[in-house]
Design a protein around this ligand. Structure first.
Ligand SMILES: [Zn+2]
Length: 279
């Protein structure tokens, strides 16, 4: 093929590496061998900003300077985008992938996100032709109907997918059946409405629900999403480069941690990563 190719980055929000392994998604396996990688951040907003700078989850290589790792990592974009010679300095001075893709390479740039902290009013909505917060937080399939590709220009899509985020609910599941952990309602609820109860969260949530069951729900979400990926792969033009990864992991009771965010633990940084040409 000649010229830049379509580039799709799918972020399965909060997905742990071991949840992917336990689900063993067969359709996603056609994309390539899943790798164990590490997020640069422990929660959604900084992690997405980081990856929109072009820095996808890292391999944590020992005895390598950061600058050298970034340099090597950016050289991968030559293959991802089919743009020979792409390197870190190509992104200067903005160091923002959508800016480079749209203004230098002529891409159409689109984002569909599931998490309200990434809504279109936030600073990461820069140099996107379209940027949509989806009506519900957990429906990747609804994004598929909105994908469009032009004959004349390559497209970049960022898809932030929420089925793997707490409460790990599939789109057809009745919200009244979702597991409820007291005090865990997402960042806005906590900041605005739940501050007075915040001190009581830690002892309560271990009693309320089985954390193993919650982890099982995340694994089941991967199994479900694997079917959605089969449909996505059918929709994408041939030659499209696809990255599937997560913005951070999730704690399910290890060292009395639940969730992600203000947590420093290996499992909140460990994420799955796979990329390749659409199968
Ligand atoms: Zn997230």
């Amino acid at each position: 093929m000649s010229g830049p190719r379509n580039f799709v980055v799918v972020i399965l929000d909060s997905l742990r590496y071991d949840s992917w392994l336990q689900a063993g998604p067969a359709n996603l396996a056609h994309l390539g061998q899943v790798e164990r990688r590490f997020s640069y951040a422990s929660w959604t907003a900084p992690s997405h900003y980081n990856l929109l700078m072009g820095l996808l989850p890292h391999t944590s290589p020992p005895e390598v300077y950061a600058s050298e790792y970034y340099k090597q990592d950016f050289l991968r974009y030559a293959e991802r985008l089919n743009v020979p010679g792409m390197e870190f300095k190509s992104l200067l001075p903005s160091i923002f992938l959508p800016t480079y893709l749209r203004n230098v390479l002529g891409y159409e740039t689109h984002a569909m996100v599931s998490m309200p902290v990434l809504n279109p009013h936030t600073v990461i909505n820069r140099d996107f032709d379209s940027f949509e917060l989806m009506p519900t937080h957990n429906d990747m399939a609804a994004m598929l109907a909105k994908l469009t590709f032009s004959e004349d220009r390559p497209s970049f899509y960022l898809l932030n997918v929420g089925e793997t985020h707490y409460p790990y609910a599939l789109p057809h599941e009745d919200p009244s059946k979702w597991p409820r952990i007291s005090g865990v309602h997402g960042v806005f609820k906590r900041l605005d409405d739940d501050r007075e109860h915040a001190d009581h969260d830690a002892p309560a949530f271990f009693d309320d629900v089985s954390l193993r069951e919650l982890h099982g729900r995340q694994i089941d979400a991967v199994t479900y999403l694997d079917g959605v990926f089969a449909r996505l792969f059918d929709l994408l033009p041939s030659g499209t480069w696809v990255v599937v990864t997560s913005d951070h992991g999730e704690l399910f009771g290890e060292q009395r941690y639940f969730g992600h965010g203000p947590i420093s633990h290996e499992k909140v940084f460990e994420v799955p990563f796979v990329e390749g040409v659409v199968p």
